[in-house]
Design a protein around this ligand. Structure first.
Ligand code: ADP
Length: 247
């Protein structure tokens, strides 16, 4: 993989639409990479809903040094988030140049010796995403999709966006695939299963793995306790996907 800055690699995490778990997966993959010994950062560029501070359980604000924002260190990763720059709810009011300026500050932050920076992109494939990709010049992109058709069509657009900007797509992750009932143990597929893998194959991009719909993942995420930080099957699943991203 080619580095997008000397010694530092940006990886964009995108999705065609919102609510598919892109931010949740970004947090957990960052922690999984950190547990593999990498120095990892997250740029939370999701101007429509910056959720990394919540997901990582921090309300700390970054300070500035030599006109650069110094990332907050939490759970073994460094974080700069749009959500740290504004009061809750304000991010939605941002328009073009203001958002662009803020996002540039995050990308050009004082990242020190950080090796890999995951960029949690806003959902969709519009101008904001395009300018972010141009600014951070990611070495690769990972697309998150749920298994159902509508999400997959949007994910295909995301693959197309990265193709047009010459960013290699490192692969697709299928999230919310299959649900095991905590009461009866039966597995059901509310959004179907295998759709993202089939789409990845059709698009000629790698399939990185799937994660089930899981109440405990949602609860832990809401509580700022990412499951990738605790030993267990969820952490193993994130580690396996993180390993494939690095491969
Ligand atoms: P996005 O960044 O794509 O908008 P989020 O990461 O914010 O999506 O996730 C949206 C909601 O779905 C959150 O409440 C999150 O906890 C939940 N979620 C994400 N992935 C899963 C999963 N595999 N199982 C259960 N809930 C999930």
């Amino acid at each position: 993989m080619t580095a997008s800055r000397p010694g530092r690699t940006f990886i964009a995490i995108g999705s065609g639409k919102g609510g598919v778990g892109k931010s949740t997966l970004t947090t957990n993959l960052a922690i999984a990479l950190a547990r593999m010994g990498k120095r990892v950062g997250i740029v939370d560029a999701d101007i429509y809903g910056p959720s990394q501070p919540t997901l990582l359980g921090t309300a700390e604000k970054p300070h500035a040094k030599n006109d650069k924002l110094v990332p907050v260190e939490v759970q073994g990763v460094k974080l700069l988030s749009v959500g740290q720059l504004v009061a809750p709810g304000q991010a939605l009011a941002w328009r073009g140049p203001m958002a662009s300026g803020a996002l540039a500050q995050l990308i050009e932050g004082d990242w020190g010796d950080t090796e890999i920076i995951l960029v949690d992109l806003p959902p969709g494939t519009g101008d904001v995403q395009l300018s972010l990709v141009q600014k951070s010049r990611p070495a690769g992109a990972v697309i998150v999709s749920t298994p159902q058709d509508l999400s997959l069509i949007d994910a295909t657009r995301a693959v197309d966006l990265f193709g047009k900007t010459s960013v290699p797509v490192l692969g697709v992750i299928e999230n919310m695939a299959g649900y095991q009932c905590p009461h009866c143990g039966e597995t059901s597929d509310p959004f179907g299963q295998g759709g993202a893998e089939a789409s990845a194959r059709q698009l000629g991009v790698p399939f990185l793995g799937r994660l089930p719909l899981s109440a405990s993942l949602r609860e832990a995420s809401d509580a700022g306790a990412p499951p990738a930080a605790q030993d267990g099957p969820a952490a193993d699943a994130f580690a396996a996907i993180a390993g494939r991203i690095l491969a």
